[in-house]
Design a protein around this ligand. Structure first.
Ligand code: FPP
Length: 252
């Protein structure tokens, strides 16, 4: 994993008239298609998820190299508990395995690990490994790598709404002060910018309860490539496509 490449920065400035012009600062990814990838090869679904971790490693490297500020990966949704127990257990072991191997490299690259979602329901070993990684990387100020784990957008908004009511009851918040910006502070993503770009791999074109509030003005990029086959070049293609978009936020 290389740090920001000054040559790339220079080239991008020449091509676009400034490093900010075409850069997606926050990229969110729905990593879909690992089950089908395995099935196509006559392998069990978990083999697809294992291969999916290798893609995570590649995409994180690409994000660091391209100075993306936040990368949010949909790793396990509140709906994924409906899957067979063995598959759930397998997926929920992956963060610990990933961090066990890659934490030193993530530290070396100044990456900060965060989680969005209800960590309380994750296996203890997974929780401990993530907490350790979050503590170790807390002061890093490079890429913020968010794992959405046991995350569901509707659940997030319900939890937020309950906290809002509680604060209203206790007069820590007044109804007049409650606007979009205030409400955003009650979400898991309180301290994070909203995604500029959403990538979904695996051919489906839906949001699957991912960041429904935060994606209000996000640009979407869909790919038919199954997540384990997704390459650094595919990721760069998405960033480039984003650079061609004109964002108007409801204006003209
Ligand atoms: C959805 O594809 C994928 C998941 C629910 C799991 C995603 C997890 C990873 C890719 C690994 C995470 C990596 C780390 C480092 C924690 P699917 O299983 O629904 O695929 P399908 O649509 O082909 O069945």
């Amino acid at each position: 994993m290389s740090m920001r490449d000054p040559l790339y920065e220079e080239e991008r400035t020449v091509l676009t008239g400034g490093p900010e012009a075409d850069v997606s600062k926050h990229v969110a990814v729905i990593m879909d298609g690992s089950g089908r990838w395995a099935k196509e090869r006559g392998m069990p679904r978990f083999a697809g998820h294992k291969e999916g971790v290798a893609t995570v490693v590649k995409v994180v490297k690409a994000a660091v190299d391209r100075s993306v500020e936040v990368l949010t990966l949909y790793t396990f949704s509140t709906e994924n508990w409906k899957r067979p127990k063995a598959e759930i257990e397998f997926i929920l072991k992956l963060p610990k395995e990933f961090l066990g191997v890659h934490l030193p490299e993530l530290m070396a690259n100044n990456v900060r690990i965060e989680v969005i979602g209800d960590m309380g329901k994750l296996p203890v070993a997974t929780r401990k490994a993530i907490q350790y990684a979050m503590d170790r990387t807390r002061h890093n100020n490079g890429l913020q790598l968010n794992f959405a784990l046991n995350y569901g957008s509707r659940q997030e908004m319900l939890v937020a709404m309950k906290a809002v009511f509680e604060d209203l009851n206790q007069q820590k918040l007044s109804l007049d002060d409650l606007d979009e910006q205030q409400f955003s502070k009650y979400l898991y993503t309180a301290d994070t910018t909203e995604p500029d770009l959403l990538i979904r791999t695996g051919g489906e074109k839906r949001l699957s309860n991912f960041l429904l509030w935060q994606l209000a003005y996000t640009e979407f990029w869909f790919s038919d490539v199954l997540w384990p086959d997704f390459t650094e070049q595919n990721f760069l293609d998405a960033l480039e496509a984003y650079g061609q978009r004109k964002r108007r936020y409801g204006g003209v």
